[in-house]
Design a protein around this ligand. Structure first.
Ligand code: 2DT
Length: 212
C-alpha cells in the first residue's frame, strides 16, 4: 500500500461468540485509550445505520428471510461501504476499535455449511486488522449468561458450530483472552495488548489487506 503510514491509528478487532462481552469490553477499551490521550473510535459490524445495514438488521430480527449467500454478501458489502472511511481515519491517526469484522462474517456463514473459501472471497481487499482480540468463552457458559435477545443466531446449538468455525479460522497472531474472568481483569489484559499494537502502528507499521 502507498506511503503516508506515519503515526497512523491501529485497527483493533474484537471477536467472539454472542454474550462473550465484546460490546462492553470494546467500550471500556475505547475509554482507556481516550483517557491516555489517543484518538480512538468505536465501530461495530454490522453497521445497522446504512441501508444495507437495515436489510441485515431486518434479517437478524427475523423480519425478513434471505438466502444464506445473499445475507453473507450483504454483511460483506456493509464492510466495503465503510472501507474508505476506515482507511482515512486510520491514516489520520485515529485508532479504530471494531466490534466484529470479517471473521464473524466467515465464522457465522460457514457455521451454516457454506464453504469457507467462498465465504472469504468477498472479504479479500478489506483492511487487515493490526490485532484480533478473541474473547474466549465456552458456548454453554455464554448461554448461561442469558440475555440472548432472540435474534436469529442466538441459539446454543448454532453458537457451538460458530465456535468451531472461529477455531478453524484463527491464526497464531490472534490474542485469546479468557472471557470467563472478572470484567476488570479482562479489561486490563485487553488494554495491555492493545497498547502494544497502538504503539507499533504509531511508529509506522504499514496497513495491509485481507486475507492474510
Ligand atoms: P450483534 O450486532 O449483536 O453483534 O449481532 N454476523 C455479524 C454475521 O453473521 N456476519 C457478519 O459479517 C457480522 C459482522 C453475528 C450480529 C449478528 O450477526 C452475525 C451476530
Amino acid at each position: 500500500m502507498e506511503g503516508g503510514n506515519e503515526s497512523r491509528g491501529a485497527l483493533i478487532v474484537l471477536e467472539g461468540l454472542d454474550r462473550s462481552g465484546k460490546t462492553s469490553q470494546s467500550s471500556r477499551l475505547l475509554s482507556s485509550l481516550e483517557g491516555l490521550g489517543y484518538s480512538a473510535e468505536l465501530w461495530r459490524f454490522p453497521d445497522r445505520t446504512t441501508s444495507v445495514g437495515q436489510m441485515i438488521s431486518a434479517y437478524l430480527s427475523n423480519e425478513s428471510q434471505l438466502d444464506d449467500r445473499t445475507i453473507h454478501l450483504l454483511f460483506s458489502a456493509n464492510r466495503w461501504e465503510k472501507r474508505s472511511l476506515m482507511e482515512s481515519k486510520l491514516k489520520s491517526g485515529t485508532t479504530l476499535i471494531v466490534d466484529r469484522y470479517s471473521y464473524s462474517g466467515v465464522a457465522f456463514s460457514s457455521a451454516k455449511g457454506l464453504d469457507v473459501e467462498w465465504c472469504k472471497a468477498p472479504e479479500i481487499g478489506l483492511l487487515a486488522p493490526d490485532l484480533v482480540l478473541y474473547l474466549d468463552i465456552p458456548p454453554e457458559k455464554a448461554a448461561e449468561r442469558g440475555g440472548y435477545g432472540g435474534e436469529r443466531y442466538e441459539r446454543l446449538e448454532f453458537q457451538r458450530k460458530v465456535a468451531q468455525c472461529y477455531h478453524a479460522l484463527r491464526d497464531p497472531s490472534w490474542k485469546d483472552v479468557n472471557a470467563c474472568q472478572p470484567i476488570e481483569d479482562i479489561e486490563r489484559q485487553l488494554r495491555e495488548i492493545a497498547l502494544d499494537h497502538v504503539t507499533a502502528c504509531k511508529i509506522g507499521r504499514p496497513l495491509s489487506n485481507l486475507w492474510l
